[in-house]
Design a binder for this molecule. Structure first.
Ligand SMILES: [Zn+2]
Length: 118
């Protein structure tokens, strides 16, 4: 995962949420703002730095929720164990969000499942 910010500064000793320089957010769904708040809070309590790399920008799979402003990609540099941190994020976001580990980044999408309270 990324060890430097996009301006070249190291991630070390930094925590909190940061938006990458190329993130396009016009048209972002309000449900994603809530996910960003949850992600930001998790950063603070785990002393972790997260950089959002894509919301509406970037090339994604056909029918990707990015194209309707309902998905976030981010990179994280963890000092804690990776899997428990990702699981904690899943637990905090609950069943209306999917948290998917992809090559080099983590993807969150707002996608209520059948039977979910929306
Ligand atoms: Zn994605």
């Amino acid at each position: 995962m990324a060890r430097k910010l996009d301006d070249g500064r190291p991630l070390k000793n930094m925590d909190g949420l940061r938006l990458g320089a190329r993130v396009r957010m016009q048209g972002v769904q309000p449900e994603l703002l809530l996910a960003l708040m949850v992600l930001s809070d998790l950063c603070r309590v785990s002393a972790t730095m997260v950089i959002v790399t894509a919301i509406l920008n970037g090339k994604h799979m056909e029918n990707s929720l990015h194209y309707v402003g309902a998905a976030i990609d981010f990179v994280v540099d963890l000092v804690v164990d990776h899997e428990p941190w990702v699981q904690e994020l899943r637990d905090r976001l609950g069943p209306n969000y999917d948290v998917i580990e992809e090559a080099g980044h983590i993807h969150i999408e707002y996608q209520p499942h059948v039977g979910a309270v929306t």
